[in-house]
Design a protein around this ligand. Sequence first.
Ligand SMILES: *Cc1c(COP(=O)(O)O)cnc(C)c1O
Length: 383
Amino acid sequence: MSKKHLGVNTICAHIGEIKDEQFKGAVSPIYMSTSYAFEDVAVKRYPRYFNTPNQEFVSKKIAALEHAETGMIFGSGMAAISTVFLAFLKAGDHIVVQNTLYGGTSNFIREEFPKYGIEFTFTKGYAVSDFEAAIQSNTKLIHIETPSNPLMTVTDIKAVAQLAQSKSIKTTIDNTFASPINQIPIDLGIDIVIHSATKYLGGHSDILAGAVACTEKDRETIWNVAKNLGGSLSDFMVWMLERSLKTLKLRVKKQNKNALKMARFLSAHNAVKKVYYPGLRTHPQYDLAKAQMKGFGGMLSFELHDNYDASKFQKALQLIKPSMSLAGVESTMLSPYLTSHALLTQEQRDALGISNGLIRFSVGIESVKDLKADIEQALSALH
Ligand SMILES: *Cc1c(COP(=O)(O)O)cnc(C)c1O
């Protein structure tokens, strides 16, 4: 059977399985060894070399899902992001990064890059012209994130990739929010895809992990730094990730469907001022999202009218959990102004369009009628 033409659900269920030759078990065995026989190979197996059997095989599943030559698993999304950046940037180099980035990524850049002498520019906006304007003669990397947190802005992946290629600049994308079910950046010209596997790839709010998908050549560059930084994942958690990935498409498809229904429900609700979801025709980049995404994802944000207290509303919810993380099978909500963006001043938040009434909603796999009923009862409890 040709593996090239396997369907996504088949990839999820089967690619990267380790055959249990000893007992013929149905699932991959877990190899917990930190010590492997000395073989006649260039690199011996060792967990920090990212090449234990479980690490090696689950990487094949990530690579197949992202249409990449190869992949790599990390101890966290930030381990993957920091390692990739440090693999391609040295003192005197410059990186262009999107202004609306995951907070941990922008903290890493602002706090650590000055120590390494790496220059950086945050774009003014997320239009291609904003990226072009930020490029310098020493720019080596452009990093984007789409859809972005928390306002679900959409960056034109293909246009940014073409801009970068025309100037021989490498591109990286944080594909966490979309997942490979909804967006395949490598097909649009991006070089390196990065994930916080803590989110959709894990999907059950119980794994902290990161993943990278790229060419063999780029993997070698990343690996040379990764083995020094040591951000690998334990094989038990790698196995947990493999288990979770088997249902990735089932989960994400359902989350896409639920999020679209919830976005429409909230848009029509008289307690709601605004909804941010790339799958709504009212989203300013709906056409772009439709062109580059296969589904619009499970993440949305909305603003309640000023006479509703967003924090009290979330406390009144009974089914939907207040939560710092996202992408689990269970629906969660958070207030960016109280959590992810709490350290910014009111003016900085205003500049980013993050009001105190803004709520980020990670839509799970529950029955939509129950999610709607929970929101209704919480709203009426406030008034
Ligand atoms: C959570 C997250 C990260 C960081 O991942 P960790 O697994 O927490 O290290 C990076 N990017 C995005 C978009 C995220 O949501």
